[in-house]
Design a protein around this ligand. Structure first.
Ligand SMILES: [Cu+2]
Length: 348
């Protein structure tokens, strides 16, 4: 698919202005030089009765033809330039005329001092995590906003610039013709970290991009018991998108224990990221149902611990109490949640 990029359009406008400007300049300077030469003082000064006197209006012999011609030409040049440039800038404004499904939509949020990117399929990246990754030769529509103060999102080499203002959305587009690396910069002085408010832009070929998306939307889930032994059977895993009813397709997935390999499964079929409700139920009542929410915005690798022998609920409570006490005793401001909640147990 070949689309006219912003780079093409601005380059064309620049070249046309440069060409016409040069042409007009050459004509004017050449004509001036020609007349300076033609009417030069060559020494034989003779009384010239045509010499104009002060205050006399020039009459000219051709009925103002020259004047009319130069005004006419200028008007034609200026008006056609205005109309043509306006048409070109409308294309910049409206974006390429491609069907929606061929375009990619990314939400961009600026904050002091970084950038967050959210793709329509739920993948989230940021300036410190992948940056903005997009396919080549595809119109990318960005919805730009800011979290705190005014910023401006811009990629100079791709001729992209959009205001990032809290509470407002500025929509713009760009197309990168070839794969390569570019840079997002902030173009609104926003604070002490402004000059470092950059992000990589990685343009991949369409196939590479597909592959990247698949890698991002991969979920690995492992089940263990309290002794860190893999749990291999007697359960069922269900994943349901938290906004399931907002999608045309049904985003709920069920996996039986025989689809797991040694207590672990790699799920690659889910194409829509975002928040999922995860439920692990025991098919033979060996443990209590695990209910968690999974933020599926990139490669996800979670380990869940099932409490085999869940009948002794009391020990469970005691454990929790013990945990709480522990938290209180070393309460020096940074209560680390990850190391004491056995049920969560996930590492991100
Ligand atoms: Cu900024």
């Amino acid at each position: 698919m070949q689309v006219q990029t912003r780079v093409d359009i601005f380059e064309e406008i620049f070249l046309v202005f440069l060409g016409l400007g040069t042409l007009v300049g050459v004509v004017v300077v050449a004509y001036t030089l020609y007349n300076a030469y033609k009417y030069r003082d060559n020494g034989d000064s003779k009384a010239d009765e045509d010499l104009p006197t002060l205050g006399e209006l020039p009459t000219g012999g051709q009925g103002g033809k020259k004047l009319f011609l130069s005004f006419g030409l200028s008007a034609i040049i200026v008006i056609s330039l205005v109309v043509w440039s306006y048409g070109m800038l409308l294309v910049v404004e409206d974006g390429p005329d491609t069907p929606d499904e061929e375009a990619l939509e990314v939400e961009v949020e600026g904050w002091a001092f970084g950038w967050d990117f959210t793709y329509e399929n739920g993948i989230e990246t940021s300036d410190t995590d992948h940056g903005l990754v997009v396919p080549a030769d595809t119109p990318i529509w960005t919805e730009v906003t800011a979290r705190d103060v005014w910023h401006t999102f811009g990629i100079s080499e791709l001729r992209v610039k959009a205001d990032a203002i809290p509470g407002e959305t500025d929509e713009t587009w760009f197309v990168a013709e070839e794969d390569g690396d570019y840079m997002v910069e902030c173009f609104e002085l926003c604070g002490f970290g402004h000059s470092g408010m950059t992000s990589d832009v990685e343009v991949l070929s369409e196939e590479e991009f597909e592959q990247w998306v698949d890698e991002q939307l991969t979920m690995e889930i492992t089940l263990e018991d309290e002794n860190e032994e893999r749990v291999t059977d007697g359960f069922e895993l269900e994943l349901v998108h938290e906004e399931n009813d907002q999608f045309e397709e049904d985003l709920s997935f069920t996996y039986a224990d025989d689809e797991f390999e040694n207590g672990s499964i790699t799920i690659g079929e889910i194409e829509q990221g975002g928040p999922y409700e995860l439920t692990i139920t025991s098919t033979d009542d060996e443990f209590e149902t695990i209910e968690e929410s999974v933020d599926f915005t990139g490669p996800t690798d979670e380990t869940y611990t099932v409490e085999l022998g869940a009948e002794d609920d009391e020990t469970d409570d005691e454990d929790e109490e013990a945990d709480e006490e522990e938290e209180e005793t070393n309460d020096d401001g940074d209560s680390d949640e990850t190391d004491n909640d056995a049920e969560e147990g996930g590492d991100e």
